[in-house]
Design a protein around this ligand. Structure first.
Ligand code: HAM
Length: 423
């Protein structure tokens, strides 16, 4: 029996990959407009990196990481998200010494052992962006505007939900209020009963419906923000207004990772069933220091490429692979030899060129050119070789032009590219 891919691990095949390339190209273009530089980090990291940053009592660390012992016994983990690795690399490579504020992004696979469903995979891909070195509210608004612009330029529409999770100063007061509220509720799930003791905020992230029913009326962290966090949140909101980025405040949003402080946000869609978050992120002041680096504040987001691709694929218009620029229809052995060389020279000159090596009838070759979406067909039949003049046909307008075949092939290729450019 043929070996199949693992559950939750998917191939992206030709025909679908064009959507991915479109997303990646668009994202890179926009990220570069915001001064983001790319970083590539390894997929495998020491397990303690994720435990220390994402938090020991999160679902990701408790249940979802692909963790295994290396051959020498050290515990390794396939990255479940991008931020921890990027910060590790930022510290290890001393990137903070080069520039006080750095916008960094990475695009690649992440791994979480979750129950696979539409829009939820075990290997998924994120566009992950981090802005390090500023705690100004303006950076938060600008980052969210960047995420919103990616969505907009992809032709999608999602809603932005924002919240503030406060800081070290205001979190204890909120924890007390939350614990008071939770006191005496005993039919919470096992995870919540345990997390109530270890990490009260985490209970609000529980997916269990019975627990969620209790949390609907739980105290809101926004009512417990300290003065600094409150004015930070207000400034973020007015800067979002200034940039015309629409948002909704959602005080229930706590996010599934422990490192967040102050602003958090999610890009939400109603078009993907249960998996509504197309992207999400937030501020994590203190995390760089906690990981052994300088005291540099940061904020970032991750966007799920599978979810973006699903949204794009739901539209009627499919993203087509690029069409052939020139198809050479060569008839007879001599013309086939000539076309074979021409193809290579034209490709060297920058064109997407194809031909049929089977020397089939002109009608079949024209059909093949049509299927390949060719803009032009260069016809080389016996007559054309005798006259040393090929026929270039514009496949859309059906106009035909003579193309001289003599002379140096490299020069000929350049002049054909020139001619096509002008047509
Ligand atoms: P996250 O909310 O865990 O945040 O993931 C961000 C996005 O990745 C989600 O909104 C979703 O689109 C996608 N995603 C997550 N899990 C899956 C999955 N199993 N299958 C498909 N897509 C998925 C983070 O990972 C943070 N590192 C984001 C961040 C960057 N915060 C600050 N900087």
């Amino acid at each position: 029996m043929a070996v199949k891919a693992l559950k939750g691990f998917k191939d992206v095949v030709p025909g679908d990959v064009e959507t991915w390339q479109f997303i990646e190209g668009m994202a890179r273009d926009i990220l570069h407009r915001f001064g983001c530089a790319e970083i590539k980090t390894p997929i495998l990291e020491k397990t303690k990196l994720f435990k220390r940053s994402i938090g020991e009592t999160t679902d990701i660390v408790e249940k979802e990481m692909y963790t295994f012992a290396d051959r020498n016994g050290s515990s390794l983990t396939m990255r479940p998200e991008g931020t921890a690795s990027v910060l590790r690399a930022y510290i290890e490579n001393g990137l903070y010494q080069a520039k006080p504020i750095q916008n960094i992004y990475t695009i690649g696979p992440m791994f979480r052992h979750e129950r696979p469903q539409k829009g939820r995979l075990r290997q998924f891909h994120q566009i992950s962006v981090e802005v390090l070195g500023t705690d100004l509210p303006r950076a938060d608004a600008e980052l969210m505007a960047m995420a919103a612009l990616i969505i907009e330029e992809l032709g999608l529409s999602v809603s932005l939900e924002i919240n503030s999770l406060g800081c070290k100063k205001c979190r204890p007061g909120f924890n007390t209020a939350l614990l008071d509220y939770l006191a005496g509720i005993e039919d919470l799930c096992e995870d919540c009963l345990r997390r109530r003791e270890t990490n009260p905020l985490r209970v609000l992230d529980c997916k269990n419906e019975q627990c969620q029913a209790y949390y609907k009326d739980a105290p809101a962290i926004l009512d417990h923000l300290c003065g600094d966090c409150d004015s930070h949140f207000n400034a973020v909101k007015s800067d979002l207004d200034r940039l015309d980025v629409a948002y909704r405040v959602n005080h229930f949003m706590v996010r599934g990772l422990d490192y967040y402080t102050r602003t958090t946000f999610e890009l939400i869609t109603g078009d993907l069933g249960a998996q509504s978050a197309v992207g999400a992120g937030g501020r994590y002041d203190g995390l760089v220091k906690q990981l052994g680096g300088p005291d540099v504040p940061g904020i970032g987001f991750g966007m799920g490429m599978e979810r973006l691709a699903l949204l794009l694929e739901q539209r009627e218009e499919k993203i087509a692979p690029p069409g052939v620029d020139v198809f050479i229809a060569a008839l007879g052995a001599k013309a086939q030899d000539m076309a074979f060389e021409m193809c290579h020279k034209l490709r060297s000159s920058g064109l997407f060129v194809a031909m049929d090596y089977q020397d089939r009838a002109l009608k079949n070759q024209m059909k093949q050119a049509d299927k390949a979406g060719a803009d032009f067909v260069l016809i080389l039949g016996e007559d054309e070789l005798v006259k040393n003049v090929g026929i270039l046909r514009n496949m859309q307008s059906r106009d035909q032009y003579d193309v001289s075949l003599g002379g140096d092939l490299a020069e000929w290729a350049i002049s054909l590219v020139d001619m096509i450019d002008k047509l």
